[in-house]
Write a protein that binds this ligand. Structure first.
Ligand SMILES: [Zn+2]
Length: 143
């Protein structure tokens, strides 16, 4: 049985590391959507379950359905906001096991097209505060 809150988890404890890497956009039914500060892929967000589990199979059928509904809803909002052509979905959790899905807009010509997106690249693309605000507003309009 996994504890629903883990004090050492950046998502559970809302740590400085979380704030350094993500900006909270909005809570949905059972998950919260965060904009990645690295915008190498414009519009990239993480959809994070509102309590701690390590693996999707640790959710009930209803919880899992609700979580992936939130993921699909967030992905549709990102698609409408930035119109990338394709969305990739990344669930890794090697270093942060709290269930979350990276929603990554991709387009042909991206350096990692036809491959897994690079999380925490050597040269992350940071935006200005107003640019972050602009993309957050575009995604929020569609959530
Ligand atoms: Zn957690």
């Amino acid at each position: 049985m996994v504890e629903r809150f883990q004090k050492d988890c950046m998502y559970c404890a809302h740590t400085e590391k979380l704030d350094a890497n993500y900006i909270e956009i909005e809570s949905l039914h059972v998950a919260t959507v965060y904009l990645a500060r690295d915008q190498t892929h414009l519009g990239r967000v993480a959809v994070v379950l509102n309590w701690h589990v390590d693996e999707p199979f640790q959710l009930t059928d209803v919880e899992r359905h609700e979580f992936y509904d939130d993921v699909a809803h967030a992905a549709e909002a990102v698609e409408k906001a930035v119109n990338p052509g394709k969305i990739n979905y990344g669930t890794y959790g090697d270093t942060v096991s709290h269930l979350h899905v990276h929603v990554v807009p991709k387009k042909p010509g991206d350096s990692d097209w036809n491959d897994a997106f690079v999380n925490n690249p050597e040269n992350p693309k940071k935006l200005t505060d107003s640019e972050y605000e602009d993309i957050i507003n575009k995604i929020k309009e569609n959530l």
